[in-house]
Design a protein around this ligand. Sequence first.
Ligand code: SAM
Length: 121
Amino acid sequence: MKRAQVEEHFRVQVDKYEELMRRIVPEYDLQTALLIDLIPFRKSAPIRVLDLGSGPGTLSELVLERYRRSEVVAFDLTEEMLDAARERCQSFGARFLAVEGDFETDDFGAPAIAMAERHRV
Ligand SMILES: C[S@@+](CC[C@H](N)C(=O)[O-])C[C@H]1O[C@@H](n2cnc3c(N)ncnc32)[C@H](O)[C@@H]1O
């Protein structure tokens, strides 16, 4: 599938994304909760997370909530998904950054490194 097709496919899903996921992915909420539980760091750890193909920021939000000192970069092809992620994660302020790009061709490491540099004291 070409980039524009992938983008269009997900763009039209934004509003009903989680409803759709709950219908097509068995135990979607349990799976996402389990993913967060499997992060092998204590809750006070200042972890940095790159959420590749973040969609509307479901996992980003769960990480930011659980890990109070975490920083998350959400990277996604679809601007509408990133808008939803920004809205969802706005209360986390500078700990969250949404970046548009294609993880097959674009440098997704650079934004995460830039964010880390900004926060270095
Ligand atoms: C299945 S959803 C993401 C799932 C999400 N992480 C969750 O927890 O529900 C797929 C997302 O990946 C994005 N995506 C697909 N191909 C991509 C690519 N090549 N580069 C960046 N994002 C991509 C889509 O725009 C879409 O938002």
